[in-house]
Design a protein around this ligand. Structure first.
Ligand code: HEM
Length: 439
């Protein structure tokens, strides 16, 4: 690696940095930013230069693709596999991305909205009037069912159960504190028990998916889900994804879809419990729908959209959007060398008072009063690697919430100050419970 004395200032290397980040990125990153300015350097598996300024973020997201590679630690690569888009960078990323992204585009999701609706209505039948619901757990169960159906076409209770267990098991072993600690301490051996547990859990889920894909190939089934589209997609030379590549490409999306989408809805419940006027405005919008399966009308509800955006602003699920540098890059006056990581920091950017006045307040109206460009608001990343699931997850949370609020009433039980803690892989609001009453 090149001389690192040219890097921006930051705290000296020490294994406490990954630990402090893991403990709470939302606390650690703004604190280092306040102390050292923008950009600053932190030390994870590699030195990482971080910017939370729109100019720096623009420089990262608009740089030529061959500037980048992916330098991710073994602890993440072990789960992603070799062919997940997140594990591929630079020019090599172009080919698989071109095949995967169209299946997730807004226009391709028309039928999926109705599938989400149907799955949510089915799942809701398991809730009884008067039940006290742990919102995150309950939403994870529904979301998993929706993702398995819409992305993988898994349908029917009997098919669903082994997938459900395998996904939960992988999420639990990946999110286990012992695995996170091993990652922070860079213990990479496959024989180390926390690593072995993740390997076994991933293999189990991959085998289930592989088996399902093979069965479909022999039956030549058309199910209309996203996996079917990817099985049919062809590169320019006529070739398609191999079964193993398909598993790698989609396996992590099960987890991203499950944890990210459920968490986003949990945040909204947490804020609605603490801001009655927000809950009322959302309820009014949903009550104003003629039908709760009018997917276009649900997607166009302005306040609901703004409220979800505000949730993602205050607690972005990916606080650091990382890129490896394959070539030097100028960022905010620093000539950064190849071989390090750089990151666009949503946890800092989204709290910039010049862009978001009174940034600590939950105020969805800010998204109705102003448009934020892709260097000011980055919950789904940006540039050539922007999240392919962004439209799907927004569609999913909106349709699911519309079904829940049009068929039930939720009285929130926890209204005190918000506490943030790990809910599996990601950090979210602690203790969000509600009493459910069917309408
Ligand atoms: C609220 C939910 C979600 C959030 C907040 C989220 C956020 C992100 C972020 C920040 C990135 C990194 C982007 C970058 O490097 O610039 C990403 C990448 C990605 N996400 Fe999501 N995501 C969500 C849900 C999903 C879902 C449901 C799927 C698919 C079913 C998905 C698929 C992907 C893929 C494939 C990538 C890698 C893209 C690439 O490297 O080309 N995400 N996501």
């Amino acid at each position: 690696m090149n001389d690192l004395s040219c890097l921006p200032p930051g705290p000296k290397w020490g294994f406490w940095q990954p630990l402090a980040y893991a403990q709470s990125a939302y606390h650690f990153l703004p604190k280092v930013h306040a102390r050292y300015g923008d950009p600053f350097t932190v030390h994870f598996s590699l030195p990482t230069v971080v910017t939370g300024h729109p100019d720096g973020i623009r420089q990262i997201f608009t740089a030529p693709v061959d500037t980048f590679c992916v330098l991710i630690p073994m602890s993440i690569r072990r789960v992603l596999g070799e062919q997940d888009l997140r594990a591929i960078g630079g020019e090599a990323h172009r080919r698989p991305r071109k095949l995967i992204a169209p299946g997730f585009q807004k226009t391709a999701l028309d039928d999926i909205g109705l599938m989400i609706h149907e799955s949510t209505v089915q799942a809701l039948k398991n809730w009884r009037d008067g039940d006290t619901i742990d919102i995150n757990n309950a939403l994870q169960d529904i979301t998993l069912e929706v993702i398995l159906k819409t992305v993988f076409g898994v349908d029917g209770r009997a098919d669903f159960e082994p997938f459900r267990l395998a996904v939960k098991n992988l999420a639990a072993s990946w999110g286990n504190p012992s695995y996170m600690l091993s990652a922070a301490l860079r213990i990479d051996s496959d024989e180390w028990p926390p690593n072995r547990r993740v390997n076994i859990a991933r293999r189990k889920l991959a085998d289930l998916l592989l088996d399902d894909i093979k069965k479909r190939r022999t039956r030549e089934e058309q199910r209309g889900d996203i996996l079917s589209r990817l099985m049919e997609a062809r590169f320019e030379d006529g070739g398609g994804f191999s079964d193993e590549d398909l598993v790698d490409s989609l396996l992590t999306n099960l987890l991203a879809g499950l944890t990210g989408t459920a968490l986003l809805m949990t945040w909204l419940f947490a804020w609605m419990g603490r801001h009655e006027h927000v809950a009322e405005r959302i309820q009014q919008e949903i009550d104003g729908l003629d039908r709760d399966d009018d997917i276009d009308a649900i997607q166009a509800l302005p306040y609901l959209d703004a409220a979800f955006r505000e949730c993602l602003r205050l607690y972005p699920q990916v606080p650091l959007v990382m890129r490896g540098l394959a070539k030097p890059l100028q960022v905010r006056g620093y000539e950064l060398p190849a071989g390090i990581n750089i990151a666009a920091c949503s946890a800092v950017l989204h709290m910039d008072p010049d862009i978001y006045p009174q940034p600590e307040l939950f105020n969805p109206d800010r998204f109705l009063e102003r448009n934020y460009n892709g260097f000011e608001y980055i919950p789904f990343g940006g540039g050539y690697k922007m999240c392919v699931g962004n439209h799907l997850s927004m569609l999913q949370v909106k349709v699911m919430l519309a079904v829940l609020l049009s068929r039930g009433r939720f009285s929130q039980l926890d209204k005190g100050p918000l506490k943030v803690k790990y809910l599996g892989l990601l950090m979210g609001p602690a203790d969000v419970r509600a009493c459910f009453n069917a309408k």
